[in-house]
Write a protein that binds this ligand. Structure first.
Ligand SMILES: Cc1cc2nc3c(=O)[nH]c(=O)nc-3n(C[C@H](O)[C@H](O)[C@H](O)COP(=O)(O)OP(=O)(O)OC[C@H]3O[C@@H](n4cnc5c(N)ncnc54)[C@H](O)[C@@H]3O)c2cc1C
Length: 206
């Protein structure tokens, strides 16, 4: 493999764990891959506020105006998510509009929303993509290089770590057997579309 600066790297295996915009996926021969994609028609505005959590647990609120989330970060900082129209930008959401909307969507009887200065605001793409197979020859795709899951599930990092464990097991088996068909198992087992993954439990804290 030749790097941009001309450095040549010799490797028996390549683990492409360089994220969704990395070189591993970009250099894959696309005609050999199938990409399954789902793009939602909205985005999440995600923000961090200097405000103590208003509850001792995560809140995912389903409201006719759209989803709202309240997530604990520390004693003094809370993360919030707001479902917003796809075409909206951060500039469409000044702080007073955000708090107004959060008060409406998170409202519960006898409950008060703690508010404070917003110090981080970003738009999150709500899309899922899975690339199959996750292996081409001796190049293996891991984590976001192979699959993106919307942040709502809090699952992407879990899947990336599970891919690494799966690849470790596959390579260990191959080291013993020397049988190339042992490498085929990786993509079938690591893909989020596989039955094994669909039934696996994950922890999350999006
Ligand atoms: C807002 C948000 C909240 C999330 N919350 C959760 C959650 O609660 N739970 C969960 O499980 N997941 C969560 N995720 C998803 C999770 O962050 C990702 O799925 C996970 O980080 C993917 O890991 P990765 O190692 O595949 O890729 P990345 O984390 O993207 O790591 C790839 C690394 O490769 C490096 N790299 C890229 N190109 C090169 C190069 N040419 N040379 C050297 N290095 C390179 C990058 O700098 C980066 O460090 C969340 C994502 C978002 C956006």
């Amino acid at each position: 493999m030749e790097c941009a600066d001309g450095t040549v790297v010799h490797a028996e295996f390549v683990a492409g764990a360089d994220g969704q915009h990395g070189a591993a996926r970009a250099s894959a021969p696309w005609e050999l891959f199938t990409e399954y994609r789902m793009q939602h028609e909205f985005r999440w505005l995600t923000l961090l506020a200097e405000a103590p959590p208003s509850s001792d647990s995560t809140i995912y609120a389903v409201h006719p105006a759209g989803f709202a989330g309240h997530l604990l970060r520390s004693d003094t900082v809370t993360r919030f998510h707001l479902q917003v129209p796809f075409a909206d930008t951060v500039d469409d959401w000044p702080d007073d509009r955000i708090w107004h909307e959060l008060r409406i969507r998170l409202a519960q009887p006898g409950w008060t929303l703690n508010e404070g200065p917003v110090f981080s605001k970003n738009m999150l793409e709500m899309q899922s993509k899975v690339c199959e197979p996750m292996r081409h020859g001796r190049v293996f795709l891991l984590g976001d290089a192979a699959h993106i899951i919307t942040p709502s599930g809090g699952k992407g990092m879990n899947l990336a770590m599970a891919d690494a464990a799966e690849l470790d097991a596959v390579l260990a088996r191959f080291a013993e057997s020397g049988d190339e068909t042992d490498l085929d198992v990786y993509s079938a087992r690591a893909s989020p579309t596989s039955g094994r993954r669909r039934s696996s439990a994950t922890r999350s804290s999006t």
